[in-house]
Design a protein around this ligand. Structure first.
Ligand code: COI
Length: 355
């Protein structure tokens, strides 16, 4: 009889769970990890049999290429629990497709679909207690791939490690966010890999974001590298602008991440009859709208950030506050999205996947 993938996943259980030590009411994003992790190595030209092992340290050569050339990609997903104790994923097929798209751009071998889903589902069943019910509680899932080949020669590796680790999560941002619009630094360029969830895309943002934080802003809204005239994305989230009752957001491109939350909000807006314009958004039109009072809302959308209202932005030394609306679109989208994710509402789009 042919072995199924789940029969091939070797499972070594943790001798003791750490769950009792966790304060689930006061979680800092991404600091605590569940009892197990999924690991699969690429050697000799193929992905080997996957394993689930206790979460713990890795032994990797200091010369592994990931440490020198940043050959690494990742994903961000979440699992949600409803009041009956059932667990759900949200559009996981999108994350699977995207990690392989990112991998291709960084010359990393494609990861097999059945390994990804069997590994993920098996891991979520094993660490199911870590997924707490209730709005806002979730398990943040971080699949990633790193180049493990021991060699500082500057070319793509021929050995990799694909892993999934999981972290119980609440909100990513506490409260509304202020952002600084980029005037000098760039996150990505045409022909680059801004669309990929590549580790280097994030590393390159930390210094400009550090400077923005010194000015009192938590995030940067990146603008196009050529002219800095167009709004792109915020690095941890895509960005939406509500001018009067129309939503504006930049089209995805070489430079902009094709966010799962972003595309879900666009679909929900269209279904709801909210006008959405997916087009290049000029910084000057947003500044003008902020000045003349037609800029009603700005919000970010992402897996970790969910829908995060932006209360102010800085540009060319000026600071623009955005007045809170009585019925913000951001609140509507957040609730509608979470109702689907937490199995509280019908899922007309077929996005929810039971684990
Ligand atoms: C996510 O939303 O999953 C992200 O990848 C953002 C992350 C860098 C925290």
């Amino acid at each position: 009889m042919k072995n199924t993938i789940s029969q091939q996943i070797e499972i070594k259980k943790a001798s003791e769970s750490k769950i009792g030590q966790v304060d689930f009411e006061n979680l800092n994003f991404g600091k605590i990890f569940t009892d197990h992790m999924f690991v699969c190595d690429f050697v000799n030209g193929e992905w080997q049999s996957p394993k689930i092992v206790p979460y713990g340290l890795l032994t990797i050569e200091p010369s592994a290429r990931v440490f020198h050339y940043g050959q690494a990609v990742f994903e961000g997903m979440k699992a949600y629990k409803d009041d009956n104790g059932d667990t759900f994923l949200f559009r996981p097929d999108e994350n699977f497709k995207r990690i392989n798209k990112s991998a291709e751009r960084l010359a990393i071998p494609e990861f097999p679909e059945e390994y990804f889903f069997e590994g993920l589902h098996t891991l979520l069943k094993l660490d199911n207690e870590w997924i707490k019910p209730g709005y806002g509680n979730s398990l943040y899932i971080r699949p990633f791939v790193i180049a493990t080949q021991a060699s500082v020669s500057a070319s793509e590796a021929d050995e990799y490690k694909f892993m999934i680790i999981c972290s119980p999560a609440q909100s990513y941002y506490s409260g509304d966010v202020s952002v600084l619009v980029a005037e000098k630094f760039s996150r990505s360029a045409n022909g680059g890999f801004g669309y990929a969830k590549a580790a280097g895309n994030y590393a390159g943002q930390f210094y400009p974001t550090k400077l923005a934080k010194e000015k009192g802003y938590q995030q940067v809204i990146w603008t196009d590298a050529n002219t800095h005239e167009y709004m792109e994305e915020a690095g941890t989230m895509n960005v939406f602008f509500r001018v009067n009752d129309t939503l504006l957001t930049a089209p995805v491109s070489d430079r902009i991440l094709d966010g799962v939350t972003r595309k879900s909000l666009i679909a929900m807006a269209e279904k709801e009859g909210i006008k959405v314009e997916v087009r290049p958004v000029k910084v000057s039109e947003i500044v003008e709208a902020a000045k003349n009072g037609t800029l009603k809302e700005v919000f970010g959308a992402g897996t970790a950030a969910v829908v995060s209202p932006i209360k102010a932005f800085g540009y060319q030394g000026d600071h623009y506050e955005i007045e809170k609306q009585e019925q913000p679109y951001a609140d509507f989208f957040k609730k509608a999205l979470m109702d689907i994710q937490y199995n509280k509402a019908e899922d007309p789009f077929g996005w929810r996947q039971k684990v």
